[in-house]
Structures are given as structure tokens and as C-alpha cells.
Design a binder for this molecule. Structure first.
Ligand code: MCN
Length: 801
């Protein structure tokens, strides 16, 4: 059920846009992109066939940590249908730069070598060692078995605490103690003082396990190297084709950027995992360059589980200092973050800046200190997964508020309420170095609590406990930093890419509009929402607007889709571009109507002379005139299009409150989610239906983390390597979601939007854990680590049942 578009708070929203007002912005317009996707007409990377395409399969290490002593590829090379077999030494000999670079530096960061194919050592199960190219995928995969590798096995470590504390052979010689970075944020002395002065301290030790992103479409690439022109075309499952073009050019293949075309066709989900520049797609491109033939690589599901960057992997001790009246005085956090065996592009930023900076949550906390030790382990690299860093940080602060409430014997809603940042405190600078843009946290929290009749529910909880029934009410307040920008700030923090976005808004001569955007959709619905933004600004219908993403030859520049940035940064760029187009059209209209531009009103695409409405001209007619160029204002160039680069002045800060009601059976450990209410504030809403969809998907993933998902390693081997071993929640395990919104526009972009793509994932995990722990209060359970399974509930209640 949703009442997103009937909510009073939504009605009070400011008008977002320019004066074109077609009503497109804010409407629950159906997603235009869905018909081809649902009828099978969508074209994904693996659907694309070029004449003479060959097929790549990658031989991977089945050791977690070992020295490679020899690789014998002769058996594979001799097989019928095998075209070539390459090892890491062949890549080295080819003279390409052969580096998979990081994209975020930190002080003191150890950056070990990361090559396309390993040559000396394998550092995690799944490391690529050799590439087989064959006429069919089956032959390529069969040939992998004919490659003989001799290893000298080394002791391995998969746990981030053990990695730095136990005496184990280092994953990389450059980091003898396996520490990649030791990061601190906040004022340690002020925090110590706050703790010394506070009435009480509560603490929690927690683990946030590794999660596998599980996009529906596994990663894939098709590379086509053209010897005659020295050009590489690479179709791939990318969330950010321009970033892939840049990293392939500079770090990996050494080709000029203008000789690489990266195309992301339809992409079947990413959740972060398709941001990264992995060795595999680079190997695909390199193989095509060796052979002068198209080469295709399609990951199997298990390969995907083994090699897509995992998420989370934190081991944390958190402490909260409180006064007896509920005032939070300080928060202190120490975390070991597993980075895996290699540094992925944002693997350093995610557990440091994206994590520590949200530890203030929605609360005024005067002193915060956080230390994060980033540890190399013999596991798949870890990087941003939906919620990246912010999910981990909000989980910690929300767990701390809950244990703090227990310590004070105070209602957890009340403790939250007493510490919320108030509307008149914005922009609010937190002790964790962020400046929140705008918010009405209490309004969203009240709305969420009203949805469940909180006071009555607490009463019901007390009554049911007398009948040995245990319901729990979990509250998750969140605020996140979305849309990493401005570029200067990102650069100061170590980013090696910009935070801007770019777009082109182009009228065609017959009046249709094409928007070329530098972001890249994997299911978020950009083709619909971007069309809504442009249509609104230009006074057109969404059907007049076509949106193109994901092709570096068509769209000159872009930064891609991650960090819930597309609506605010990409959409902001489109709005700005469309406004410039509209202003040029206004000058042409003024010229042709022989009036001044200031005397023109603009409505539904029509420029009308103020006071003389019969003297008008439509923007689509002006487009035609602009391309005819016969009668333009003196000195104006023909054409009607604008390229816009937009670098917002700050992040946006979506927020909200989620509430879960669960019933837990201590006898069986079963957890049933009775109700799930999500109140989100993502600023102005471009498309309420799409926002609701994002919230639904996000909740499902957040619940998955809380109750089901964990990438399990045993003896260095990933145990959960296919869908029937890795527990993603089924629809039958999820309740009906009740969604609602408040609208607090962001002042940081021209359309007042905030991101929404990650919000619900960030909120749902602490909410559900909070609910289960709340249900088990009579059993003295203060915390349970994720995923909370029937077994963990059963064990936790064992002594008191
Ligand atoms: N939107 C809106 N009004 C707002 C904010 C957003 O209508 N106020 C719309 C946007 O226009 C867009 C969608 O909601 O169509 C999500 O917008 P945004 O929050 O800007 O996020 P991005 O488009 O940048 O997507 C990234 C985000 C992230 S980081 C992950 S991870 C994620 C997610 O989106 N992965 C997804 N949602 C996903 N949804 C699908 N189907 N598949 C994924 O892999």
C-alpha cells in the first residue's frame, strides 16, 4: 500500500521548477523503458553479436593464498576450437600499463600492484590467472580444465581483525601487518572528555557481514578492436561508462581515451557492483587487441558471486555517552573494515569518509570520534554496495541509540526525539564533518510512528508478553549523504575523479528533444524521470523527449550512476541545460514576435506576449526556426541545444524514519515481519511511483542484510557461491510495505531533489534488527549480529525460555 501522493506533507511542497510547467515533474508517469525490458526486446551485453565473435573464459585460482609456481596451458591450447590461451606473463610482455587503479587516495594508503591477470601470487579464491579464447563459450570453459597450475599454498586470512592482529603471511609484502590504511575522523580529545563527563556510557560490539550484490544480470563484456583505426569498442555492464573509459585508457591499456568507446546497453541491476573497473572486462579488451577479433566474456552466476565486489565486512565496537535526561554527549567508534585482497576503486572511500561522516545520524552529538583500520584479507575485494558506508554508519548509530535507551530505561523513540536536529538548525554542521542541507526529522518520525499507532502498539506489546508472545517495534532514523560533490571537496578528501555531471539537451529541427546524459541506468528509470525534468522545463510532454545514456561516443562526458546522485546531479544538469535552451528559444521568440524577451510569458511550451495572448509562438516551432537560421536575432548562432556541466555546491541529505513490527517465536526462532512502514524524504519528488519502487527494492535489500544474507567463507573458500546457497529474501518472506513521504527540498540543486536510490537499504537494516532485539528484551538480549537467523534467536533465548 502507498499513500505517497495523498500525504499532506507532500502537498505543502514548494514548486520545483522553471516557468514551463507541463505538469510532468511530480507525476507518477509509467516507466517508458519497461515495455522492451518486459517483452524481452531489451538488448543486454550478451545479446549483442558481432561477426566472428570469439568467447573468453577465465581460469581462476581455487586457492585463497598461494604462490604460483608454474602454469601449463599446452593442454588447453591444443584443444579443437581453442584460438588462444594467455597468462599474466603474456599481458606483461605486451607492454600495456596493466594496472587496475584505485580511484580514492587516503593518507598513508598502501596501494599494492593490481594486475589484469596474476603472475606471482594469487591472493583470493577467484583471482584470474589465465584467459582462454575459443570459438564457443562451451569450448572455452572446457579448456579451463586443461590448464595445469602448480601452487605453493600460503596461510590465508579472511577476517579483518585477524588479518591485522594475527601473525599471518601478509596478503601484500608492502603491508606487512595487512593494514592498508588507518583512518581517523573527529576530535579524539573532545570525545574522551565528553565520555568522562557523561552520566552513562553504553556500548555494542557488532559485525556487519559481507554481502554479495546479486544483480540479476551477471557482469559481461564484448570487445571489438579494430586494427585499421586503432579503436576499441567495448560493450559492458557498466554503471559509469566514462569512468571505465578513463581507467582503461590511463591505467590499464594505455590507449588514448578518444580511441575507446564504452557502451553500456541495458544493464540488469548493479547495486554498486558494476561501478568498478575489474580485471575481467580489461582482459576481454586486451584479448581482442591481441587477436583483432571480437571477444565476448559473460560471467557465470558463481563467477559473479566470486568476483563481483562484495559489500560491508565491518567489525566494530561502538560507544555512546549519555546524560540521565537522554542528552547524547558523544559517540566513539572503532572499526576493522575488510577490504579484500585488492583495492577496488572506492574500496578505500566507502569504509572511511562515507562511513565515519554519518555517525551523527539525525542527532545533535557534540563529540564524535571514529577510527577505521582498513585490512587486506584473502577474500574478494570489497567496495560500495547499495548504501555504501552510510548504511554501515547509520547501522552503528542506530544500534547505539537503542542500547543507550536500554541503559537509560527510556523509550527508544523518546531518546531519539530528544536529540533530533531541529528544522531551524539547518544547515547543520555535524561533529562528523558534514553540513546537512535541510530536514524536518521530527515530522518524518512522527508520521512513521503515527502509521503504526506507536503508543497503542507499545501497550499491545506489554499485553502480549503476558501471553508469552513477543512482538518487537524497531525504529530506524537515517540521514545519508547522496550525490558526491562538489568536485573540489571530493578532491580534498582523496577522490581521483570529479563529482560533477554533464548532459546535452538538444531540440531536433522538427521539435522533438533528445537528452544525452552522462549517468547510466541499471533499472532506476532515468529514461522516464529525465524526460519528466526536461519536459517540465520546456513545457512539453514526456513523449516529446528521448533520453540517451551509456555510450561514450554519443555522450561526450559523464560520471555515471552511483551514490544516489543521478536525480540531483544528473537531473540538476538536465534542468540547467533545458533552462538555457528555453532562454535561447525565448530570445528567438522575442525577435520573431517583435517584442522584448522580458515581455514574454511561457506556458505549456508557448511563448505569449504579455497582454496579447494571440501573439504567440510554440517552442517546437522556434526549434525549427533555430535550425533554419533564416531569421534569428543579430549575432545569434543557429541550432537549439546546450551542453551543461554541473558541479553542485554540496551533497544532498535524504532522510526518514522506518518502523518495523515483528513477532518472534523464541521456541522456534522464527521471525515474522508484521508491518513495515517507511517514511522517506527525498526532497522534491520527480516521479512518486519510481520513488516508491526504489524504496520497495531498498527495503527488500535492507531486510535481506538483517535477516538472511551473508557471504560465508570457510577455510578461504567462498561457501555461498550460487543462488541456492546465498539467501536473498523471497517475496513471500517480505511484508506489504507501507510507504509515505515528507518533502523537504534540497537547496543544493536547481530542482530541489535529494537522492532516494539507497535510502531504504540504509534504513531497513537497523530498523529490522532493532525490532527483533526489542522483541527479545524480556530475554535480556541487547544486540544480535546479522543475519539474525532462527538459530541465532533460539541460541540467544536458550537460557530463559
Ligand atoms: N527520483 C525521483 N525523485 C527524487 C529522487 C529520485 O523521482 N527526489 C528517481 C530518479 O530520477 C531515479 C531514481 O529515483 O529514476 C533513483 O534516483 P537516485 O536516488 O538519484 O539514484 P541513481 O539514479 O543515481 O541510482 C543509484 C542508486 C544506487 S547508488 C544503487 S546501489 C541502486 C539504486 O540506485 N541500484 C539499483 N537503485 C537501483 N534500482 C535498480 N532497479 N537497480 C539497481 O541496481
Amino acid at each position: 500500500m502507498s499513500d505517497a501522493d495523498t500525504n499532506e506533507a507532500t502537498e505543502s511542497a514548494d514548486e520545483p521548477n522553471g516557468d514551463g510547467s507541463s505538469g510532468a515533474f511530480g507525476s507518477a508517469i509509467e516507466r517508458g523503458e519497461d515495455v522492451p525490458l518486459l517483452t524481452g526486446d531489451g538488448e543486454y551485453t550478451d545479446d549483442i553479436s558481432l561477426r566472428g565473435t570469439t568467447h573468453l573464459a577465465i581460469r581462476r585460482s581455487d586457492h585463497a593464498h598461494a604462490r604460483i609456481e608454474s602454469i601449463d596451458t599446452s593442454g588447453a591450447a591444443a584443444m579443437d576450437g581453442v584460438i588462444a590461451v594467455y597468462t599474466g606473463e603474456d599481458v606483461v610482455e605486451s607492454g600495456v600499463p596493466n594496472t587496475i587503479p584505485t580511484a580514492w587516495d587516503l593518507p598513508g594508503l598502501v596501494q599494492p600492484q593490481y594486475r589484469m591477470l596474476a603472475t606471482d601470487k594469487v591472493r583470493h579464491e577467484g583471482t584470474g590467472i589465465a584467459a582462454v579464447i575459443a570459438e564457443t563459450p562451451h569450448v572455452a570453459h572446457d579448456a579451463l580444465k586443461q590448464i595445469t597450475v602448480e601452487y605453493e599454498p600460503l596461510e590465508h586470512v579472511t577476517d579483518p581483525v585477524e588479518a591485522v592482529e594475527r601473525d599471518v603471511p601478509p596478503v601484500h609484502d608492502e603491508a606487512a601487518d595487512n593494514v592498508a590504511f588507518d583512518f581517523e575522523l573527529g576530535d579524539a580529545d573532545a570525545t574522551d572528555e565528553a565520555f568522562a563527563d557523561a552520566d552513562r556510557v553504553a556500548s555494542v560490539d557488532l559485525r556487519q557481514p559481507r554481502i554479495i550484490p546479486n544483480a540479476m544480470e551477471p557482469r559481461a563484456a564484448l570487445a571489438d578492436w579494430e586494427d585499421a583505426t586503432g579503436k576499441l569498442r567495448l560493450w559492458m555492464t557498466s554503471q559509469n561508462p566514462h569512468l571505465h573509459r578513463m581507467l582503461l585508457s590511463a591505467g590499464t591499456l594505455g590507449l588514448p581515451e578518444n580511441k575507446i568507446q564504452v557502451i553500456a546497453p541495458e544493464v540488469g541491476g548493479g547495486f554498486g557492483s558494476k561501478i568498478y573497473h575489474y580485471p575481467d572486462e580489461a582482459v576481454t579488451a586486451w584479448c581482442s587487441m591481441q587477436l583483432g577479433r571480437p571477444v565476448k566474456w559473460q560471467a557465470t552466476r558463481s563467477e559473479s558471486y566470486l568476483t563481483d565486489c562484495h559489500g560491508r565486512d565491518h567489525v566494530t565496537t561502538g560507544e555512546i555517552a549519555l546524560d540521565d535526561d537522554g542528552t547524547i554527549r558523544g559517540v566513539r567508534v572503532e572499526t576493522h573494515a575488510g577490504l579484500g585482497a585488492q583495492l577496488s576503486q572506492f574500496g578505500t572511500a566507502t569504509p572511511s569518509y562515507l562511513y565515519a561522516t554519518v555517525l551523527s545520524g539525525q542527532y545533535t552529538i557534540p563529540a564524535i570520534h571514529c577510527r577505521v583500520v582498513g585490512a587486506f584479507t584473502n577474500t574478494t575485494p570489497v567496495d560500495a554496495y547499495r548504501g555504501a558506508g552510510r548504511a554501515e554508519g547509520i547501522y552503528v548509530i542506530e544500534r547505539l541509540v537503542d542500547v543507550g535507551a536500554r541503559e537509560l530505561k527510556m523509550d527508544p523513540a523518546e531518546l531519539r526525539r530528544r536529540n533530533l536536529v531541529q528544522p531551524d538548525e539547518f544547515p547543520y554542521e555535524s561533529a562528523a564533518a558534514l553540513v546537512y542541507d535541510s530536514g524536518e526529522y521530527e515530522r518524518a518520525m512522527d508520521l512513521a510512528l503515527d502509521h503504526v499507532d506507536y503508543d497503542e502498539l507499545r501497550e499491545r506489546q506489554r499485553e502480549l508478553r503476558d501471553e508469552d508472545r513477543y512482538i518487537g517495534i524497531g525504529i530506524g532514523n537515517f540521514v545519508e549523504s547522496a550525490g558526491l560533490s562538489p568536485s573540489g571537496l571530493a578532491g580534498d578528501l582523496g577522490a581521483q575523479a570529479g563529482g560533477w555531471e554533464s548532459s546535452i539537451v538538444r531540440f531536433d529541427s522538427t521539435g522533438s528533444v533528445t537528452v544525452l546524459a552522462g549517468t547510466a541506468d541499471q533499472g532506476q528509470g532515468h529514461r522516464t524521470t529525465y524526460a519528466q525534468i526536461a519536459a517540465e522545463e520546456l513545457g512539453l510532454s514526456v513523449d516529446d523527449v528521448d533520453v540517451v545514456e551509456g555510450d561514450t561516443d554519443r555522450i561526450p562526458q559523464g560520471m555515471g550512476t552511483y551514490g544516489s546522485r543521478s536525480a540531483s546531479v544528473g537531473g540538476g544538469s538536465i534542468a540547467r541545460g533545458a533552462r538555457e535552451v528555453r532562454e535561447k528559444a525565448r530570445r528567438i521568440a522575442a525577435h520573431q514576435l517583435e517584442t522584448s524577451a522580458d515581455d514574454l510569458e511561457f506556458e505549456d511550451g508557448e511563448f505569449r506576449v504579455t497582454g496579447a495572448p494571440d501573439r504567440s509562438i510554440h517552442i517546437q516551432t522556434i526549434a525549427h526556426e533555430a535550425y533554419l537560421g533564416h531569421d534569428l536575432p543579430e549575432g545569434m548562432d543557429p541550432g537549439l541545444e546546450e551542453t551543461n556541466f554541473y558541479d553542485p555546491e554540496n551533497f544532498t541529505y535524504p532522510f526518514g524514519t522506518h518502523v518495523a513490527v515483528v513477532e518472534v517465536d523464541p521456541e522456534t526462532g522464527e521471525i515474522e515481519i508484521e508491518r513495515y512502514v517507511a517514511v522517506d524524504d527525498c526532497g522534491e519528488i520527480i516521479n512518486p511511483m519510481i520513488v516508491e519502487g526504489q524504496v520497495h527494492g531498498g527495503i527488500a535489500q535492507g531486510i535481506g542484510a538483517a535477516l538472511y544474507e551473508r557471504a560465508a567463507y570457510d577455510d578461504g573458500h567462498l561457501q555461498t557461491r550460487q543462488m541456492d546457497e546465498y539467501a536473498v529474501p523471497h517475496s513471500t518472506q517480505l511484508p506489504e510495505f507501507e510507504t509515505d513521504n515528507t518533502v523537504t527540498p534540497s537547496p543544493h540543486n536547481p530542482i530541489g531533489v535529494k537522492g532516494v536510490g539507497e535510502s531504504a537499504t540504509i534504513a531497513a537494516t537497523p530498523t529490522v534488527v532493532s525490532a527483533v532485539v526489542d522483541a527479545l528484551e524480556p530475554f535480556g538480549v541487547d544486540h544480535l549480529d546479522m543475519p539474525i537467523t532462527p538459530e541465532s534467536v533460539w541460541r540467544a533465548t536458550e537460557d530463559d525460555r
